[in-house]
Design a protein around this ligand. Structure first.
Ligand code: AHR
Length: 491
């Protein structure tokens, strides 16, 4: 057996707070992410509250979702919000009936207890139109559009906590050069306000890079440094998909250990990209006032065979669970700069939490990792030192293990350990400096195979199990299964 991994935890050297918004979700009008996944309509035989699935709401509530980014993605830059409000909805073909619009999204957000991250249409619409959308959402009924919302059955203004100023404007959001985008973004930032005194400010997110592109980062940050009173941003976005090489081609099921390892190289690539982009941001913003918002991330695989390729449907396996833990750990280690992230996407699309088919619903391995990581929301990062070692399979080399720790607001210390090695268990021996504890307990997520999945017929193939360990002589010792994720709280 491999030697135990010696980990040192020093609670006397806390780092930054891991912002709960790093555990955000993304729900785009794409495939069955909204229609079927969230919205079934009031007349559906599927149990619902005002058209929104009760089973999905119940499952999402347990994740304490901090924010949901909506309505896109690329969709946001072609979205006409007016077609999705009021009694007469204007469909855009069968795929977009517009029956789920602003009021339905806000109802959904309230049902799951999350904040709204609204991505406005900067690509194909105007600042006036986006400003009117905000008036519709956030103004009281003595404003014309607040009155329209009240007439549509929603007298109370909504809160918009986060505002996306375009999406991938270098490509689907309008194919804009960086300097052209910056001018547009400044105008939108200036003219868009929240009218709701209960949520007067909105975190404004500008478009940043994808891939290695740096010119957006330079232009956005240069502009921010010389900003005037009239506009501001709080974050710049970064999109990073784990694909094992573009275009998406890796199978979602039935893959081997090599493909497990190939995909798991990508969290390290994302870490590198965050470091590169953050270093550019540091030139203009050494105090890290502008957050990096990784507002699209996750595995993008080949579509499930037989599905409509445009729907971006894919299964979700234990490989996704390990990928999730490694990615969340990257964000935790960059907690001072990465203060927001949104996994793509919440339901039925790409690396989803939940899959649905008519009245059936199943929780994915990714869901379980998000659930296990809830204690890390707004907890303070505690640095760990350890030698991760290496795990090599089929010519692919990865770190053998990973681990992060944090202290929650109640003072409880949490540790997450991931065994990346698909064949051998791993033992962690954690020295706990500055933590008084006699035991650790929590949950572990492992699976018969790295490609194991949950299906509607077998929903618990990959499910967390309770786990506890003794702390003796200031040391926590725990052995975990191959390809597993474990989160423990010290008591
Ligand atoms: O998440 C799917 C798509 O990926 C989004 O619409 C777009 O922003 C990105 O390219």
């Amino acid at each position: 057996a491999d030697a135990p991994v010696q980990v040192t935890l020093d609670a006397s050297k806390p780092g930054a707070v891991i912002d709960r918004h790093v555990f955000g979700q993304f729900a785009e009008h794409l495939g069955s992410g909204i229609y079927g996944g969230i919205w079934v309509g009031k007349d559906s035989t599927i149990p619902n509250t005002r058209g929104i699935r009760n089973d999905v709401v119940g499952a999402l509530k347990a994740l304490k979702v901090p924010n949901v980014r909506w309505p896109g993605g690329c969709f946001a830059d072609q979205y006409n919000w007016r077609r999705g409000v009021g009694p007469e909805r204007k469909p855009i073909g069968a795929g977009e009936p517009n029956t789920f619009g602003t009021d339905e999204f806000m109802d959904f957000a309230q049902q799951i207890g999350t904040e709204a991250y609204i991505s406005v249409n900067l690509g194909s619409s105007t600042a006036q139109d986006a400003s009117e959308w905000l008036e519709y959402m956030t103004a009281s009924a003595d404003h014309a559009l607040g009155a329209e919302r009240a007439k549509n059955g929603h007298p109370e203004p909504y809160k918009v906590a986060i505002l996306g100023l375009g999406n991938e404007s270098w490509d689907c959001g309008g194919a804009m050069s960086a300097d052209f985008y910056v001018n547009e973004m400044k105008r939108f930032s200036h003219f868009l306000h929240s009218y709701n005194p209960a949520q007067p400010t909105m975190k404004r997110v500008a478009v940043g890079p994808s891939g290695g592109a740096e010119n957006y980062t330079e232009e956005v940050m240069k502009a921010w440094k010389s900003r005037s009173w009239s506009w501001d941003i709080d974050a710049m976005s970064l999109h990073f998909y784990a694909t094992g090489g573009w275009p998406p081609h890796m199978a979602d099921t039935g893959f081997d250990e090599k493909d497990y390892a190939v995909l798991l190289k990508d969290p390290t690539a994302m870490d590198d990209m965050i470091k590169t982009q953050s270093a550019i941001m540091d030139k203009y913003d050494p105090e890290k006032k502008v957050a990096l918002a990784v507002d699209e991330w996750g595995a993008w695989l080949a579509p499930t065979p037989g599905s409509n390729p445009g729907a971006l449907a894919q299964q979700n396996s234990q490989r996704d669970a390990v990928l999730t833990a490694l990615s969340l750990n990257v964000f935790a280690r960059h907690a001072d700069r990465v203060r927001m992230a949104n996994i793509a996407q919440m339901i039925n699309v790409l690396q989803a939490m939940i899959l649905t088919d008519k009245d059936k619903m199943v929780l994915t391995p990714t869901y379980h990792v998000f659930h296990m990581y809830v204690p890390f929301q707004d907890a303070t990062f505690i640095p760990l030192t350890f030698d991760a070692g290496t795990y090599t399979t089929n010519g692919v080399t990865l770190p053998r293990v990973d681990a992060v720790a944090a202290k929650d607001k109640a003072g409880k210390v949490w540790i997450s350990v991931t065994n990346i090695d698909a064949k051998s268990p791993a033992t962690f021996s954690v020295s706990l400096a500055g933590v008084k504890a006699t035991k650790a307990s929590g949950q572990t997520l492992s699976a018969p195979k790295v490609s194991s999945i949950n299906t509607f017929d077998a929903p618990n193939t990959v499910a967390p199990k309770a786990l506890s360990a003794k702390v003796a002589g200031g040391k926590l010792t725990i052995t975990v299964a191959p390809a597993s994720v474990t989160v423990l709280g010290l008591e």
